[in-house]
Every structure is written in structure tokens, then in C-alpha cells.
Ligand binder design. Structure first.
Ligand SMILES: *Cc1c(COP(=O)(O)O)cnc(C)c1O
Length: 391
């Protein structure tokens, strides 16, 4: 059997066609035809109020932190179990990060625990939709309204994920917060190599967002013919991707439905196969809240403990199947642990030690998913025997 890598970026085959079109358009700098086409696509399909493509989700988060005027000493609540960029964007503006614990059964932060972390210095909540699985957004927005806080969704992994609002209605992630940040990094469902997007749902922020995006100028308004010349209006930076990136992204967006259907089928195949095997006590399958309609971004196991995780990961590795752990809780990172003054976060620690991601990408087939599951089963059985012998 040939090796099964952890990840393989998906290519539609139409990228060169659209890159060529971008070249023919003549202008490769930002906010061109493809940028506007991608932004309009997202606004129409998901009902995002205003979309701005950025060169990464990291960039979109930094733009968000500027836009809501984070000042030194402001407190920002976010999960510890997340990527560094979620925190860095706010730390760069001098914020104090208040890390929230994950839920016992899911890496997402516990919406019920947020209110206890709010102080007079709290400025924003940054929920992260881990694996494209929705946080309890209606509840988080309720807390935010009550305490007049900004909400910035880190939706890096959550394109095409929804919250079920009942009565056959679903609401896309990225439409709940005042702002939301998406990623088109090569490891995400839709890729531009590197790329991202800021969604602005708060009407009062749109004008300024556009200026900060364009280096603190009103160039976007100038381009629309609304002003005769553009000039320095505000702080800002260069957050725009070039048309090369936007045209590549467009090739992927054109095939979004197909990409998503494939990922969902593979995800379901993992769940069905591993349910059938039954590894209870040793590994748990992802627990999806009833209100979440996720986008099959990741399939992961939650192992009993670190030792079991390492055992299974190594056993898969010996069969050339590459599984990967994920975040180390940011509150105990080298950079932040000496500044961290909060309580222990046992659930974030648990996922740091026990979570193992299995290969999931468009070129994977059902047979390969079957092989991965078979090897997981074998590893679990071997580990059970090893445990018994050790007693
Ligand atoms: C991928 C990711 C990011 C960063 O995205 P980039 O586009 O690589 O900057 C931020 N937050 C989360 C939760 C992510 O998964």
C-alpha cells in the first residue's frame, strides 16, 4: 500500500486558465476584477455585508484588531486551544489575552463560561470555530450585546459552515460577529496558497475597514470615482492580495460545491467506519453539537491520553499513514506562560495531549479512508493488549 500523506492541497485544474485571464486583464495589483468577483461571490452566497480579501487570515485578524481600536491594556477573550494568529493580532496592539477553556467534549470555547471572564476592561470576544464546527454564536452574541463587546469570529476553518436556527433555517458562520476572518491557506478547504478575507457585518465599520485595508487611504472610493484624488485618511497597512491570488481563489470558488461534497462524503465515511469498529474507552469520535452544520474541515480522534495518542500516531506512521496532533494550548506556550495569570484550563490541556487529526483531503478515496480506519483499529487493539500486560 502506498503512503497516505496527512494533507494534499486540492487543485481544480482551472487555476492556470484564470491566472491567464488575470494576466490579460493587465492589472495585477489588489482590488481588481477577480478580487471584486470573489468578494461579490461571498457576499451573495452567504449574506456577508462587506467582504475584503486579504493576503491571509492572520492579516484579516490584524485588520480587525485595528478596526475595533484595540488599545494597550484592553482585554480580549478567546480560547486557548487555537492557532497563534488568533492571539497575535491582538497582542500586537497591546491587548491582554484572557484565555477561555474548551468544552469538555469539544475544543470550542464554552459559551456559558465567557461571562465570568468579562471585566470593565474587556473589549472583544474572539470565538474560534474549530474544525469548522460552530461555537454557540446566538449565546455569545447575547453576552456581547449585554456587555457592549465586539465579536470577531475566527472563521479561518469555517467557510461554508452553518448554525441550524430551527424551522429549516440555517445561518452561515461569519454572519454572526461584527467581524469575521476566513483563511484560504493551502491547508484549508478552499485554497489560494496563502490568502484570507475580512467580513464586516457592522455597517458603521465598512468605510473605515476599506481605508485601513488600502494603507489608510480612500483609494477604494477613488477607484469607484467617488472622490477626485485619494489621500492619507487614517492608520492602515497593505492588506490586499494581488490579482494573481484572487484569480487562483476564483478557480477554487467555482468548484466550491463539488469540493465540499467530496470532503463531507469522506468525513462521513470516517465516522461510519470508526463507529462500526467501536474503539470506546480508547478513542472518541468528534462530538458535533446538534445546532452545528459543519464543513468537514477536519476529522480527528480524541484519544484517552497522551500515551494512547502517541501510540496510535506512531502505529499509523509505521504503515506510512501520517496523522497529526494539533494546537498546544496558547496559555501554556513558551511565549505566554509567564504572563498567564488565569486558572488552569484542563480541557484545553486535554485536547493538546489527546487530539489526533487523520488525513482528509479531496484526492483521498474511500479505500484509503478504510485503510486508515483499519490501522486505527489495529493500533487500539495492540494498545489494549500492551496495557493489560503492563498491569
Ligand atoms: C489557519 C488558521 C489561521 C491563520 O490563517 P492564515 O490564512 O494561515 O493566516 C488563524 N486561525 C485559525 C483558527 C486557523 O485555523
Amino acid at each position: 500500500m502506498s503512503a497516505i500523506p496527512f494533507h494534499q492541497p486540492f487543485r481544480t485544474g482551472t487555476e492556470l486558465h484564470f491566472l491567464q485571464e488575470a494576466l490579460q486583464n493587465g492589472k495585477l495589483s489588489g482590488n481588481g476584477i477577480f478580487t471584486q468577483r470573489c468578494q461579490a461571490f461571498f457576499e451573495q452566497r452567504y449574506g456577508f455585508l462587506k467582504c475584503l480579501l486579504t493576503s491571509s487570515c492572520t492579516d484579516a485578524l490584524e485588520l480587525a484588531a485595528l478596526l475595533i481600536d484595540i488599545q494597550p491594556g484592553d482585554e480580549v477573550i478567546m480560547p486557548s486551544y487555537t492557532f497563534v494568529s488568533t492571539a497575535n493580532a491582538f497582542v500586537l496592539r497591546g491587548a491582554r489575552i484572557i484565555f477561555a477553556d474548551s468544552q469538555p467534549l469539544h475544543p470550542n470555547l464554552d459559551a456559558r463560561a465567557i461571562e465570568a471572564l468579562v471585566t470593565p476592561r474587556t473589549k472583544a470576544i474572539v470565538p474560534v470555530h474549530y474544525a469548522g464546527v460552530a461555537c454557540d454564536m446566538p449565546r455569545i452574541m447575547e453576552v456581547a450585546h449585554k456587555h457592549k463587546l465586539w465579536v470577531v469570529e475566527d472563521a479561518a476553518q469555517a467557510l461554508d459552515s452553518y448554525v441550524d436556527r430551527g424551522g429549516g433555517k440555517v445561518q452561515p458562520l461569519g454572519t454572526f460577529g461584527h467581524l469575521a476572518a476566513f483563511s484560504f491557506h493551502d491547508t484549508k478547504n478552499i485554497s489560494a496558497g496563502e490568502g484570507g478575507m475580512l467580513v464586516v457585518n457592522e455597517p458603521a465599520l465598512i468605510n473605515r475597514a476599506e481605508m485601513l485595508w488600502e494603507k489608510g487611504t480612500n483609494r477604494a472610493a477613488f477607484q469607484r470615482g467617488e472622490v477626485g484624488r485619494y489621500q492619507w485618511m487614517d492608520v492602515g497597512s497593505s492588506f490586499l492580495p494581488s490579482e494573481l491570488t484572487a484569480s487562483f481563489l476564483w478557480a477554487q470558488l467555482e468548484q466550491l460545491d463539488g469540493i465540499q461534497a467530496t470532503r463531507k462524503a469522506l468525513w462521513q465515511h470516517y465516522e461510519d467506519a470508526l463507529e462500526a469498529i467501536g474503539c470506546r474507552g480508547m478513542v472518541q469520535l468528534p462530538k458535533i453539537p446538534a445546532f452545528a452544520r459543519h464543513n468537514a474541515h477536519l476529522f480527528y480522534l480524541v484519544c484517552r491520553d497522551l500515551e494512547t495518542r502517541n501510540y496510535i500516531q506512531h502505529a499509523l506512521y509505521t504503515h506510512q499513514i501520517y496523522a497529526a496532533c494539533h494546537y498546544a494550548g496558547l496559555h501554556s506556550s513558551v511565549f505566554y506562560r509567564n504572563q498567564y495569570k488565569g486558572k488552569p484550563l484542563p480541557n484545553a490541556e486535554h485536547f493538546t495531549h489527546s487530539l489526533l487529526r487523520l488525513p482528509l483531503y479531496n484526492s483521498l478515496d474511500f479505500e484509503q479512508v478504510g485503510s486508515v480506519c483499519q490501522q486505527v483499529q489495529r493500533a487500539v487493539e495492540e494498545k489494549r493488549i500492551a496495557d493489560r500486560l503492563a498491569v
